[in-house]
Write a protein that binds this ligand. Structure first.
Ligand code: FE2
Length: 299
């Protein structure tokens, strides 16, 4: 028998995951699937979900274990825009720059009549990109900050009104039971293995909330629900495995702080941990190698 350990050698707390176990997708309505394919699939390098919503009414785009959900509303054209910035990890920023350059040229060629907000720029160790309708995406190379993720949505960083970060951290910590703290005008909520929800205070005027949403899976599905239900804050009783709320509310004084629909699912939801297809961006029909179709990185 081995001798018992005399010295504690491991930081066990570093392995603890809070109640929000996964941030799986954000959902924004798009008016033109052609431009969305060029931005999310061709440019950012996502993979269109081949199994669900293969048509024109919606499109799911996979990034590792996460997705962007992009339902179409072409008539009348309507676009939703996150009141914040989505954070993505991609395998290579240099390759990303090549793809975004190509996607931009294709937007002009394929949809010459479109007046888009598409842009991108390398800023130090990130690439900041804006979708054709104004959604901001900040792309990072893999780094220890994001654990083993080499491809995926790693955070959404919301722009929130001045003076709300402390209350927002209290809400996630006490109501959703996810480790959260507020520091220097920013609330940080730990999500799952290596993801975060961020809330950064700004003086910029808030655009009106347009119904876009984020989706999370939580382990304790009932305690946060009961708290929100008692305060009349549940906005949708979808089914046995999902409910939604919109207002982040300070548990100290019930003050509504920020509006963003959370699609909240249990870990028994039928889509939890669904395997997602991810392609290898590095191959073309000309450079094809048998067996190299799939992305081989970690996520
Ligand atoms: Fe959703």
């Amino acid at each position: 028998m081995n001798a018992p350990e005399k010295v504690r050698q491991y930081d066990r707390a570093a392995q603890t995951v809070g109640n929000i176990v996964h941030l799986e997708h954000f959902n924004v309505v798009i008016p033109d699937q052609r431009l969305a394919i060029l931005f999310y699939v061709v440019g950012l390098g996502g993979t269109r979900d081949p199994y669900l919503f293969p048509g024109l009414e919606n499109m799911w785009v996979n990034f590792g274990r996460t997705q962007c959900h992009l339902p179409s509303r072409a008539v009348p054209p309507r676009a939703e825009v996150l009141r914040g910035t989505a954070g993505l990890v991609v395998p290579s920023l240099d390759e990303l720059e090549k793809r975004l350059t190509y996607a931009g040229s294709e937007m002009k060629r394929v949809v010459p009549e479109a007046k888009t907000k598409f842009s991108w720029a390398r800023k130090g160790d990130v690439v900041e990109a804006t979708c054709p309708w104004g959604n901001r995406v900040r792309c990072h190379a893999p780094s220890p900050e994001f654990g083993r993720t080499e491809l995926g949505l790693v955070y959404v960083d919301f722009d929130v009104p001045r003076g709300t970060a402390e209350g927002i951290a209290r809400f996630y910590d006490q109501v959703l039971r996810a480790p959260a703290k507020a520091e220097k005008g920013r609330a940080t909520v730990r999500v799952g293995r290596d993801q975060r929800l961020l809330f950064t205070e700004t003086d910029a005027p808030q655009p009106e909330y347009d119904n876009h949403h984020v989706q999370i899976y939580i382990a304790d599905f009932s305690t946060p629900y009961e708290w929100l239900k008692e305060r009349d804050l549940i906005t949708m009783e979808t089914d046995a495995n999902e409910w939604r709320f919109q207002w982040i509310t300070d548990p100290k004084d019930r003050k509504p702080l920020f509006q963003i629909e959370h699609e909240v699912r249990s870990m028994k939801h039928h889509l939890f941990a669904r395997p997602l297809v991810n392609r290898n961006h590095g191959i073309t029909n000309m450079t094809y190698q048998a067996g190299q179709d799939a992305f081989r990185g970690t996520y």
